[in-house]
Design a protein around this ligand. Sequence first.
Ligand code: MN3
Length: 213
Amino acid sequence: MFELPDLPYAHDALEPVISRRTMEFHHDKHHAAYVNVTNELVQKSGQGYASLEEVIRASAGKDAKLFNNSAQAWNHAFFWNSMAPARQAPSGALAAAIDTAFGGLEQLKTAFVTEGVGHFASGWVWLVAEGGALKVISTHDAADTVTEAGVTPLLVCDLWEHAYYLDHQNNRKGFLETWFDTLANWEFAAVQFASAAGQGEGWRYPEPKAKAA
Ligand code: MN3
């Protein structure tokens, strides 16, 4: 059984950009539902899976309901890790790679916000590493980079309205700008970036626990 990982901070730690109320719905209800439905579908399938990543890859293009729920379970856990309560800035090799790819952090912010605002309807905006270079991409609905060989996600922001509507209403642009400036977890991104270069492990969803007999 896959578990709903606890938030890496308190529900109100990201205020005022993301309120406690949003986190209570988003983590405790939305994310929990994706994990629960994934578990139900995996159980029904009778298949044993060693990881959530395996579920996502096995269901992609074959079982839309299982893919959508398992990928959303993964994406939300990655999203919580993509944020930190204290404002940070990229440093070291990651900062250098940002300069190379975008010309600087402000230009990366523009690319990230523009991609997120331009993305129609629900999905996710990502900073990723591919072949040693950084890129900004977006994915639709539940789609993510778990199914993309050679693509390592560094950060993601949720573009579904439930992520920001209570706090920012329809102002997706304002949400993304403030998110990028104040919540982006550059320490987490740096660990992911190093893993893309073969240094250390990238983030993985917690392994499933055997069901109690
Ligand atoms: Mn969401």
